[in-house]
Design a binder for this molecule. Structure first.
Ligand code: IVH
Length: 665
């Protein structure tokens, strides 16, 4: 039989284990066991606690898994209203805030900068060392009592070493990876995904079943404390005190005396926001001294001692005016949404790619719909979600076209492919796209060869394919509207000087399907000329690392097409270089060793590290595969880390990588 003492020991042990796994998951962002293993430990613990309640601690993790579902939330009044903050959008507005503050106080002040977490504001009340109440902000005066849901949040202390009653305020949020996981689950079970982590957090806190909330893995950052009657002298100290009590305080915070330093902090995080594992939508700038805060006071709506610097929004809502179909250079038909213009991340957005017709179906997006558009990191905005609640019934569904919208050819769909395509290689839309691609920066880099010029060149039959570019004369260009003598001559010069583009750019410029920048680079390392590539057996090409059978097949198809060979012949006659003039001997000491980099490095940019590795002959790829030798990890590594672990790939730090480069290990 199990002895009481044994049970007590095991309970203690489980507390420690769960605390360790929680820290790994919630603080270090580096989970070390599966959800199932974790659930198992929790079950063991709750089972033991049920049998030996005398050993169950008040703040046992089992207290977080949630009791019975409730019918509705009670409303509660905030003893001190939860005000909102005024927003600023640029340096000038931040400086105006600084002027107002200094003018009101008649002297200089110290500021305190914090990340503005993009989640949901909550108030937590502790009495006699225990969490008594958690509430939403509501309208600032009255919110919902969500205590049971709040208790499920693992990094909110259930007990604290302070007896007096006090309140803390902070932001509940969902990490980017938990948000993506939740949306994947939702999509898989046919439910509507959330538009962003904030909506997912708000939706989760409103769930009436706390057990369900547990599974959402919400997290918390505290940003304020109200110690009724005896506040600490400054925000910086309040946060330190809260941290010492066991509350999660964001470590990216800074005191500053000069407004220039405040602005620099704002700009730094505006650039680096994507590197954080959670979403932030700005910086909160507070007057540090609590005495000064009191002197400045508040208006009805917001304090005079704080202001938010809001980053340009990366998400907005707008209406789909139309959905058109574009023909790409390989004939792929891409639906593009034409949007009611909307400001997003500092630019005016008028269109968004819908990728393919499967995507239209998945999103169920229709002309006339209101949608969320997002521009996070990428250049082309994407549609994240349709707001179906506001549909009027007048929205129009879009189906894949049966005919190419440009040349009228019957559309085909290759098996195993999502794309519909126009099979006519002579389709003017395809020709235009191929020419544009040929002249693009990473290809032949012909400046001045833009969409407008290419449209005219193809429409007037001056150019049928990129091989014709080299025989263009300035007089022919001058006839084009808005093309003067000088710009015509300049464009011809640029076309002519592109003849000596590096071999890898030339390969890329050909526009062979599946041959992007990286593949072109590898091909240029392995072949001396286009002739060499054309003559090489498909199997042999497929065997080159990082090329593979799909790319090899499309190279073969490209050279099997007589029209492509004619174009290449034209290029040859025009004197375009089609060979590798400076074959790069990749015989460094790291020749053949494969690296992948993840996370933010401290002493190098990723690009620098890549160049450094390549200089010694190493291969650096974007994705982990079985062939990868080393994963170099920086701060906030993404999913690559887990993948590397699963595949048993060596994981090294930036420092170790530097040593490998130097030949020290
Ligand atoms: S201070 C009266 N600090 O931003 C000032 N707010 O206030 C109280 N927020 O929804 C707010 N991170 O929940 C403060 N470090 C931070 C914050 C923060 C996020 C939220 C807050 C509220 C909104 C505007």
């Amino acid at each position: 039989m199990e002895s009481k003492e044994k049970a007590r020991k095991r309970i203690e042990e489980l507390y420690k284990l769960i605390e360790y796994y929680d820290r790994k998951y919630f603080i270090e962002n580096n989970p070390v066991i599966s959800d199932q293993e974790y659930d198992n430990l929790m079950h063991q613990l709750s089972d033991l606690e049920n049998r030996y309640p005398e050993f169950a601690k008040l703040d046992s993790p089992t207290k977080r898994v949630g009791g019975k579902p409730i019918d509705e939330f009670k409303t509660v009044e905030h003893e001190i209203p939860m005000l909102s903050i005024d927003n600023t959008y640029n340096d000038q507005e931040i400086r105006e805030f600084d002027r107002r503050v200094r003018k009101a106080l008649g002297r200089e002040v110290e500021y305190f900068c914090e990340l503005k977490i993009d989640g949901v504001a909550v108030s937590l009340i502790y009495e006699k060392g225990a969490l008594m109440r958690g509430a939403t902000r509501g309208d600032g005066f009255v919110g919902d009592d969500i205590t049971e849901n709040i208790k499920t949040i693992r990094n909110i202390p259930l007990s604290v070493p302070v007896n007096e009653k006090f309140e803390v305020r902070g932001e509940v949020y969902m990490s980017k990876s938990d948000f993506e996981r939740l949306n994947r689950e939702k999509i898989n079970s046919g439910e509507e995904p959330f538009a962003n982590p904030r909506n997912a957090t708000a939706g989760s806190l409103k769930l009436l079943n706390p057990k369900e909330v547990t599974r959402r893995r919400l997290r918390f950052f505290v940003y304020g404390g109200l110690f009724f009657g005896k506040n600490l002298p400054a925000q910086a100290e309040t946060l330190k005190f809260l941290e010492a009590m066991g509350f999660p305080v964001n470590s990216e915070r800074m005191a500053a005396r000069k407004i220039e330093d405040v602005i620099e902090f704002c700009k730094k995080w505006e650039k680096k926001r994507d590197e954080l594992p959670y979403a932030i939508d700005g910086i909160v700038i507070k007057v540090n001294s609590v005495r000064d805060q009191e002197l400045l006071g508040s208006t009805l709506k917001s304090p005079r001692w704080a202001v938010a610097y809001k980053f340009p929004a990366e998400q907005a809502t707008t209406t789909i005016k139309n959905i058109i179909v574009q023909v790409g250079r390989t004939g792929a038909l891409t639906p593009v949404a034409i949007l009611e213009p909307v400001h997003l991340a500092g630019t005016k957005v008028t269109r968004a790619s819908l990728h393919n017709f499967d995507e239209i179906q998945r999103l169920d997006v229709r002309i006339g719909d209101r949608v969320f558009v997002e521009k996070a990191g990428e250049i082309i905005p994407k549609i994240v979600k349709v707001i179906k609640e506001t549909r009027t019934g007048q929205e129009i569904q879009v189906n894949p076209p049966e005919k190419c919208p440009v040349c009228g050819s019957s559309v085909v769909r290759d098996k195993d492919e999502v794309a519909y395509r126009c099979p006519n290689v002579g389709c003017p839309a395809q020709a235009k796209e191929r020419i544009l691609h040929f002249g693009s920066r990473k290809a032949m880099n012909i400046q001045g060869l833009g969409q407008r010029i290419v449209d005219v060149l193809v429409d007037t039959n001056l150019v049928r394919d990129y091989g014709d570019l080299y025989s263009l004369k300035p007089e022919q260009l001058e006839k084009i509207e808005r093309m003067g003598e000088i710009s015509s001559r300049k464009l011809i010069e640029n076309i002519q000087s592109s003849k000596n583009a590096p071999f890898q750019n030339f390969i890329y410029a050909l526009g062979i399907r599946h041959i992007g920048e990286r593949a072109s680079e590898i091909l240029a390392e392995n072949f001396v000329s286009i002739e060499d590539l054309r003559r090489t057996d498909e199997k042999k090409i497929a065997g080159i690392a990082e090329i593979g059978p799909e790319a090899a097949r499309s190279i073969k198809e490209f050279f099997d097409n007589p029209e492509n060979n004619e174009v290449i012949e034209k290029l040859g006659k025009a004197g375009v270089s089609m060979e590798n003039k400076q074959p790069v001997k990749k015989q460094g000491k790291l020749s053949g060793v494969r690296f992948v980099i993840t996370g933010t490095l401290e002493n190098h940019t990723r690009e620098e590290m890549k160049t450094e590795l390549k200089r010694h002959g190493a291969r650096v790829s974007e994705n982990i595969s079985r062939e990868t030798d080393y994963l170099i990890t920086g701060k906030n590594p993404g999913s690559k880390l887990e993948k590397a672990r699963n595949l048993g790939i060596k994981i090294i730090t930036e420092e170790e990588a530097t040593k490998i480069i130097r030949g020290e290990i």
